[in-house]
Design a protein around this ligand. Structure first.
Ligand SMILES: [Zn+2]
Length: 354
């Protein structure tokens, strides 16, 4: 809907001054409604599925995370498909989708419990349970009713279950019964109690909704080409440069000479990524960013974004010309890792750094 604000870009400074990247916030009402419908459908399906599977086993934390991932993945697909670029709204939609999935799960439990009750208790028992206090003080109640009422008062949990009329009654009965944490298939576990169960469900909903929020927010943040109305494609050039923060600062300032210097440094702790429109190429603005390659104690490498800026299209050839040689050399080195010693070979086209 909204076009990229081209005035935002500094065209006085020789055309290569970048601006910090911001999602353009575009969407269509139809696309938004399709996304909400899709999320509702996915949330319901996942909630019902979780309820059915939980009859056999349920893994705390992991199940909510899986449901959140499911809602988020469907949402991200919708964002991509309907070209929506409103990160916060999309995140909130994911949050609501997650809450809806958990409501669907509990609601399916409720329906199943009610079906079970219908099969195992008589209409009279349910009737008496509903009027149990009334019958107790009613001199005209039949002895049969009074006896049954007395029996039910001795079984508070059964009485509460028989008194369930609405979904919320059911949730309170389920809390009274208490969520039980136990190892799969091993007898009785720790009962969280009435308040504990409510807290547990709250935490569970927050996990599901939080995961879906994060996935959808980040999906809507991806760079989009407003000229041809399509998503830009990300290309990563790993293992270049030694100082991620300095490299990011140079790139953000549009100081390409400095970028080139930092790329030439040893260390391979940075990654440069470019988001370019596959249709428009240099005819549309593009994004360039720096991610820091962080290696943890286990030797696993994660990418931590340091900056993402939007350049005018005419800078594309120059930026590519600077990044490509180092990226190609880094790729060559990692494939030759075992053969080559400790000193990395300089790329053939390495410029003289001042
Ligand atoms: Zn384009």
């Amino acid at each position: 809907m909204t076009a990229v604000d081209l005035d935002q870009m500094d065209t006085d400074g020789g055309g290569d001054r970048p601006v910090p990247y911001r999602a353009d916030g575009g969407y269509t009402v139809a696309g938004g409604m399709m996304l909400i419908g899709l999320l509702g459908f996915a949330g319901m399906l996942l909630g019902v599925l979780a309820s059915v599977v939980s009859k056999w086993f349920y893994l705390i934390v992991l199940f909510p995370m899986a449901i959140g991932l499911g809602v988020g993945a469907v949402g991200a697909f919708g964002i991509l498909r309907f070209r929506i670029r409103t990160p916060l709204l999309c995140g909130l939609a994911g949050f609501c989708g997650g809450v809806f999935a958990m409501l669907a799960m509990h609601y399916t439990d409720f329906r199943r419990e009610m079906a079970f009750r219908g099969d195992h208790f008589t209409a009279q028992e349910i009737e008496v349970a509903a009027r149990v206090e009334e019958i107790r003080n009613d001199p005209n109640a039949s002895p049969e009713e009074k006896a049954l009422g007395k029996e039910l008062r001795g079984e508070p949990l059964v009485l509460k279950m028989l008194q369930v009329r609405t979904f919320w009654d059911y949730m309170d009965y389920a809390a009274e019964r208490g969520v039980e944490l136990k190892r799969t298939g091993r007898g009785r576990g720790l009962n969280l109690g009435h308040t504990g169960s409510y807290i547990y469900w709250g935490v569970e909903v927050l996990i599901v909704a939080g995961v879906a929020f994060g996935i959808m927010k980040s999906a809507a943040e991806d760079p989009f080409c407003a000229i041809c109305e399509s998503w830009k494609v990300e290309q990563e050039f790993p293992g270049v440069g030694g100082a991620p923060q300095e490299l990011a600062a140079a790139l953000s300032a549009g100081d390409l000479a400095k970028v080139q210097q930092h790329l030439a440094e040893e260390g391979a702790t940075s990654l440069v990524n470019l988001w370019v429109c596959p249709n428009c190429e240099e005819d549309a603005p593009f994004e360039a960013g720096v991610k820091e390659l962080v290696t943890n104690a286990k030797g696993e490498v994660s990418k931590k974004p340091r900056c993402l800026v939007t350049f005018p299209g005419e800078s594309l050839a120059e930026v590519r010309g600077i990044v490509f040689p180092y990226a190609a050399a880094a790729a060559f080195e990692s494939s030759e890792e075992s053969a080559v010693g400790t000193s990395p070979t300089a790329p053939a086209s390495e410029p003289e750094s001042a």
